[in-house]
Design a protein around this ligand. Sequence first.
Ligand SMILES: [Zn+2]
Length: 342
Amino acid sequence: MSVFPFDGLAGEAYGPGSSRRHRAALIIAADSARLVDETGATLAEGRARREARIAGGPSRVVLPGEWVFECRDHGALDAALGPARGDWLIRAEAWHPRLIAVVAGCLLGVWLIWRHGLDLLVAAAIALTPPTLVEAIDRGNLAAVDRMFAEETGLPPDRQAGIRAIFDAIAAAAPPPPYGEYRLVLRDVPGLGPNAFALPGGTLVLTDDLAERFPDDDVIAAVLGHEIAHVSERHSLRQLYRSLSIYMLVALIAGDVGPVLEDVLLEGNLLLSLAYSRAHERDADALGIEIAARAGYDPAALITFFEALDRIAAPQGPAWRSTHPLSADRARAVEEMLSERD
Ligand SMILES: [Zn+2]
């Protein structure tokens, strides 16, 4: 109902740049609006534009000449001019049960991302990782190991040749390398004790200490089989991306891996400090056993290796078990895997 002697929406008007209030009415025709004062004199005329509304406040309409019309009959303005931008937010704010549902939905989404999204994110990151970057990770990490604590291998040439022959057989029996090719690097790394580790691009490092303590070919084959399984299953890349997940999330959204991540990946030492998860160890044990057996070695040597590591005190630093946490469960699981093979 109009308080004026003519049709129109009753409200208040402000002149250009002025805070003086006029009682006014807005008369809306097909695609034009006319703002009139109490006397019926036209204040402004032309295209009317609604402004985004603040919850609890009036609806504002801007007219040519910067005249502003304010009115609380939101429904009538919606019908005449269409809803204002941002009105869905007003409605969500105004209707509290829906707001609670929105918040609950957000929390559920966060939980789902935390529970499953990380796996998807890591899988996406791995798929997006260019092979050249993975090869650079291997080179960078090996260079860092060499710079910080590794020496050329001191193993006699015939022992080196023997280990390389085992490695060749294991590599041939393993699934195809995910990046480039499998590569064995022999190093004297006193600080790491009897150790072997795999870099994501397929570089396997075996320490002199391990080769000297375990002259048995089957043990070397079992250890190399286990390490090569970590590579073929892309475990270190998965583990790496998992621990960098927040950064990865940002990098993926920003669409650029960026120099910081490259620094982290190529900084060396990082991979050595990453412990594989129990699930990865179980998978690498199972696949490693298959690979060693396929290559003609006795996979039960993995148990021998576990038991021997337990007896070795490693005062000189971390042994294989620091990057590959051993547990009674794990040895028992391997025994079960082996007995199932018989
Ligand atoms: Zn492992």
